[in-house]
Design a protein around this ligand. Sequence first.
Ligand code: FAD
Length: 369
Amino acid sequence: MGLWAAVHAERLGIQALLVEAGRFGQGASGGLLGALMPHMPDKWSDKKQFQFDALIALEEEVAALEAETGLSAGYRRAGRLIPLPKPHLRQIALGHSEDADVHWRHGERRFHWHVLDAAPVEGWIEPSLAESGFVYDTLAARVAPRALLKVLCKFLAGARHVRIAEGVAIDGVDPERGLARTKDGDIRFGRCILAAGHRSFPILDALTEGRKSSLGQSVKGQAAMLKADVDGGLPVIFRDGLYIVPHENGLVAVGSTSENRFEDPLSTDGQLDDLLAAARAMAPALAGAEVVERWAGLRPKAVDRDPMVGAHPDHPSLIALTGGFKVSFGLAHRLAEAAVREAADVAGCFKLPRTFTLASHISVISHKS
Ligand SMILES: Cc1cc2nc3c(=O)[nH]c(=O)nc-3n(C[C@H](O)[C@H](O)[C@H](O)COP(=O)(O)OP(=O)(O)OC[C@H]3O[C@@H](n4cnc5c(N)ncnc54)[C@H](O)[C@@H]3O)c2cc1C
């Protein structure tokens, strides 16, 4: 999120400094999956419209940055396959298909929630696990997380208005005095955008009076990368929290666990082995595939589950940019743009859903007993 904020600051000609405690990508964003999964097309809302617009805009954003940097972000609108093991799920999917026809439109472009008897590609997904057919959604995409970070960093390396610094940890923020504390001295700011992933929550908690619980928590996730003889253009497979995401060069990411309790935030264990077994059963092409990396990270989950963006109601010079939880990659560019425009008092080009604002999350914890 922070890198996207820096990109928008640069585009708007805002003098900014982006600091990172360690190395860029050492947090949740430096993972393996990069699935860009639309919400269900039913029960349409401003949140779903926001995500839809963001998913469409990302394609152009990535293409522009790739052209400027000469690097690839490993982006592809590959679609998504969801097996339907029971007849009633097919009925529900048919309803979603009609919803997608209504809502998944952008100008002349149409995206679909097809309900099919057989998968559109042979030999990828195990047919016996889909007795009632498949959903094939043509909106879903994927991006290679680390490749995208490289693109963003390269763009910023050539920036004229924004400076970036690794190895600078912020120990505390004093918004009234416009100071961010580091062990090597204070950094002065006019506005501060806080995009420290799950570590943003304790900083925001310390500044929020009258709260009855924390503004957010970290949720651990484990994932793995396999090397297989698999075409990177194949659709992402999704079922019950299991994602199988084909990337370029025969790499296939498998994820993710979702753990509210954990001892070691960055270790992997038997839960990942179970996920890998499920993935190999779902996609037989992965049966003998070598595991080239096991990885774990902490997602930032805000108290009201939605992203958390915008000025602190009591400390307006501090702007939150966190809480992307499981869908950050498809939203980060837009959330960051909203945060930067708010910080710079520049009118926004789109409206942020009200429940995404920091003020909305604070009102939720203020009313909790
Ligand atoms: C296993 C797993 C799979 C996932 N799969 C997907 C997926 O397929 N699609 C998707 O959209 N999302 C996915 N996510 C979620 C996504 O990765 C996160 O929501 C997202 O990366 C959060 O981005 P962020 O910038 O808010 O936080 P981070 O990427 O964690 O970045 C925060 C940065 O702030 C730095 N920092 C922290 N504290 C300080 C400080 N005090 N001073 C200076 N710097 C500091 C950290 O070092 C870190 O680099 C997944 C997450 C996990 C764990």
